[in-house]
Ligand binder design. Sequence first.
Ligand code: HEM
Length: 416
Amino acid sequence: MTLIPTTDLPVDAIQLGSPEVWSRPDRDAMFAKLRAERPVSFHEEPEFIGFPKGPGFWAITRYDDVVRVSRDSDTFSSGRGSNIGDLPVELLEFFGSMINMDAPRHTKLRKLVNRGFTPRVIASLEESVRTTARRVVETVAPKGACDFVEEVSSLLPLKIICDMMGIPEADNRRMFELSNVILGIGDPEYGVTMDVLMSAAIELSQYAQALGEARMATPGEDITSVLMSADVDGERLTPSEFASFFILLVVAGNETTRNAISHGMKALTDFPDERRKWMADFEGVAPTAVEEIVRWATPVIHFRRTVTKDVELCGQCIREGEKVVIWYNSANRDERAFPEPFRFDVTRAPNEHVGFGGGGAHYCLGANLARREIKLMFQELFRVCPDMRVVGQPDMLFSGFIHGIKRMRVEWTPPR
Ligand code: HEM
């Protein structure tokens, strides 16, 4: 029986807008306290580089409320931004593409890009995901020790997203660096200023425009070609819409899956019985194990919505124009929704976690791809380095948005 963590901090002292929260060891306990005592609570906003501080936000911490907000995009709009800080309107779409849009524009764009993510397209990637996972693991296997993030978990999602988009291998590393800049905002190690952020986004955007134009002239097998020629109700993606979607994909498709795999390795080290259970029946346990890894990791910690009309949540009135922030990390540990939420259980069922979102219009477009990548990566790791384990503590990204691991040492017995 694993217990719900506790903290002596009074509920009034919990300030989710304070960057300090993200380096505190009792973070899970703070969310447990909020869920129990003040499931909808108001917080000051953190400073957002280069912009005036915003008016604050309501934090939604219980599972049912996170799902309700996610599924009602008429009341809880994404069009004014999905991160806590307010970006100027012209930057919202540039950085966020469809994640910062509402219907009907969001619906149209999603229909268009869905062409690149049909079950058939994703199934056709199976072999390439398997081959890449095998190559990554076999390359590192003789070493017996490495940094898991640099040499294992980051390489698979990066290569897959680059192959899908038709990005040549020589440019993969640059994509990795640029996505690190965009999601590393706030972590002092990366020292991201507004200028650095903008120049990373502009570089990605120019790269995408050139790639899109090249595929329009000479289509290939990649998603870029599919997207550049897709036509829904007579509408096509413009080069700048494509460039914004490209930025979203490179960022969303890389870090999230990388962190899920890293947290998965840490959990399998910390819970050796669960590893044994999975290794004893890999195929049988994989569907539930992969969902549990995503619930456990919750790679995306929150997203924001803006309220379009006065609404009541958990007895709290929220006014039109106010921001609500849905905390996936908290919903995924809600004791009302998951028995023993602090236990990592590879056979957990049911497991309706919100790691890929709460099920509304913006539900993760890449969820099935991510599931495949996680499964095939652990299949290869168990096959080639079955005793791989984390040594010491991971070096965590300082962020309240991405539950990131920057470095994590692993050791194993090299195969003979
Ligand atoms: C474990 C890995 C991943 C996690 C945890 C994750 C999580 C999320 C979350 C929480 C959302 C927002 C959902 C909502 O607002 O309801 C989202 C949206 C999105 N994700 Fe993922 N994601 C992952 C992998 C990927 C991959 C591999 C891709 C693409 C290749 C991707 C592409 C997207 C896109 C395009 C959206 C925006 C969808 C929209 O606005 O309609 N994600 N993801």
